[in-house]
Design a protein around this ligand. Sequence first.
Ligand code: CO
Length: 159
Amino acid sequence: MALRKVLDMEHYEKELRRKSRTVEKFDQRLASLLDDMAETMYAAPGVGLAAPQVGILRKAVVIDVGEGLVELVNPQILRTEGEREWTEGCLSVPGYWGLTKRPEKVWVRAQNRNGEWFEKEGEDMFGLAMIHEIEHLDGILYVDHVIGGLQPDKADEEE
Ligand code: CO
């Protein structure tokens, strides 16, 4: 496993705005990418990471909101329910957070690292993470939805 560099908006806005391609090969290269992404996410630390954030334009994300590691390959949002406000952040927009309005609940279909399809239901932090990371695959960032502008991180201010 290896740490990968997380691209940030300031230097890589163009890359982060590109659409990722479908994963077609469920091989060792994909497994290594997912392993590296998980390691990079935990080291950050963060609760989710999408492949384009490490410069790989492939539809792969990793999430761990404290309930164990979830890998989503070629994920699609099947449907959503409800709406609520969240405070959201992103490893590609370090030092900031913002308020967003997001669905309360989401149903996702995805493949695992072996290519097997499964469905995942998510609410609260996990649902939010799935939506946030899947949007990265379409070049969308939470800053596009932010209500009232980005807020600087309090922890950073105090440093
Ligand atoms: Co993000």
